[in-house]
Design a protein around this ligand. Structure first.
Ligand code: S3P
Length: 449
């Protein structure tokens, strides 16, 4: 999102029942990667189902700035003419990644092993987020960086002229850090190795294999996930069909669960085990979700979900599940508010460094709407009020965070009084059709200016 974007106040009122089909847009993580790997392949990659949200469009612009041709040929259809590994050229201007942590961190990795300089910036949210988690491992390749205090954007990377391969154990569970190191390893000689204690989303590994890189994954005797990539491959262009985004699907799914009488279909939701922790959790809470037509789409296991309004109970979410549902805790905390009993979410401190401090943002907004919560650095606990138990009647602050904005609007679709958000503009970063899609299902959500 550009830092000049005008805020869009929005609100939602008691809605429903929700009925119909919720066809959510393409997966954000896979869309970024399809553009980046397409730009690093030799020749023409065709992408269908690309998420045309602001985050991904910023990555498309960045690939153009690095010398690739990126052209839209239809709705969600894009053609990338890549320059090959080693073929990027120094960008003439600052790369603005808007709101996107994934965009900036992956592209930092992609340019880290080139003998040129790249300066990155972003919007007010991205400029607050920690980048040392990426620049530290990139320094092992020989890359230098100069940023603001705490390694924050704007930041300039001076790429390694003679990169060396790296072995790196990620100190935090982060697919962005893992991917940045692998992307840097593409233009380094020899083998680059990443070890993660807890496995995070594996789209980079899957897609690199698809583009023809030599990459292996194994489980170490300690149970860690080890990835070995051979540098300087020739990547071959692909046809990439982007599956729908399970993190976006979470919003209509959770809305249907808490709005009385709802019965919807959400087609093509990823069942990739590195992404589906929310769905496992919802079923444990008593959600009526049927997983129909299980199949493969764009190299990912997917299913059509039939979701009906359900009587839910609070549960303890296992901390080891956090990586597979890290973006879904805000909407889970909304569902928890409508469950009977307490939902305990531990091991979630990574939420504090997302587009906003999501523990704080959810805690403050839920409290303002009459929900009792407890929190510490690594934990969020929500005391459920049961169906019809949430008062609402507050304006929640979204801190330039799309998932916080969507979560509070869903809260308002089942609360006694309407719930407003100060700014729904960031929703366009990941789910530009959110408002139309939810209205089409029967939700009462409006813009208020
Ligand atoms: C993403 C990884 C996650 C997630 C983000 C997308 C990715 O971030 O929160 O929305 O596409 O690699 P971290 O790597 O910081 O956990």
């Amino acid at each position: 999102m550009s830092s000049q974007a005008t805020p869009i106040p929005m609100s939602a009122r008691k809605s429903g029942p929700l009925k119909g089909t919720a066809a959510v847009p393409g997966d954000k993580s896979i869309s970024h990667r399809a553009l980046i790997f397409g730009a690093m392949a030799v020749g023409e990659t065709r992408i269908s189902g690309l998420l045309e949200g602001e985050d991904v469009l910023d990555t498309a612009k960045a690939m153009q700035a690095l010398g690739a041709s990126v052209v839209r040929s239809g709705a969600g259809e894009w053609v990338v003419n890549g320059v090959g590994v080693g073929g990027f050229t120094e960008p003439e201007n600052v790369i603005d990644c808007g709101n996107s942590g994934t965009g900036v961190r992956l592209i930092m990795g992609a340019v880290a092993t080139y003998d040129f300089c790249t300066t990155f910036t972003g919007d007010g949210s991205l400029r607050k987020r920690p980048m040392a988690r990426v620049t530290d491992p990139l320094a092992l390749f020989g890359t230098r960086s100069v940023g603001r205090s705490g390694g924050r954007l704007p930041l300039t990377l001076i790429g390694a002229a003679e990169p060396v391969p790296v072995e790196y154990e990620t100190p935090v569970p982060s697919a962005q850090v893992k991917s940045a190191v692998l992307l840097a390893g593409l233009n380094a000689p020899g083998q680059t190795v990443v070890i993660e204690k807890e496995m995070t989303r594996d789209h980079t590994e899957r897609m690199l294999k698809g583009f023809g890189a030599e990459i292996t994954t194994e489980t170490t005797p300690e149970g860690y996930h080890k990835i070995t990539l051979t540098g300087r491959p020739e990547l071959t262009p692909q046809e990439v069909a982007v599956p729908r985004d399970p993190s976006s699907a979470a919003f209509p799914v959770c809305a249907a669960l808490i709005i009385e009488g709802s019965d919807i279909i959400v087609p093509g939701v990823s069942q990739n085990s590195t992404r589906n922790g929310l769905y496992t959790t919802l079923v444990e809470m008593g959600a009526q979700i049927e997983f129909q037509n299980e199949r493969e789409e764009g190299g990912e296991p997917v299913a059509d979900l039939r979701v009906r309004a359900s009587k839910l109970k609070g549960i303890e979410v296992p901390p080891e599940r956090a990586a597979s549902m890290i973006d879904e805790y805000p909407i889970l905390s909304v569902v928890a508010a409508y469950a009977e009993g307490t939902t305990v979410m531990r091991g979630v401190k990574e939420l504090r460094v997302k587009e906003s401090d999501r523990i704080d943002a959810m805690a403050r907004g839920l409290e303002a709407c009459g929900v009792q919560i407890e929190e510490d650095e690594d934990t969020l606990i929500v005391h459920g009020l049961g169906p019809n138990g949430v008062k609402g009647g507050a304006t929640c602050v979204t801190h330039l965070d799309h998932r916080i904005a969507m979560s509070f609007l869903i809260l308002g679709m089942a609360s006694q009084e309407p719930v407003a958000v100060d700014d729904g503009a960031p929703i366009a970063t990941s789910f530009p059709i959110f408002e139309n899609l939810m209205t089409g299902l029967g939700a009462d959500v409006t813009r208020d200016n």
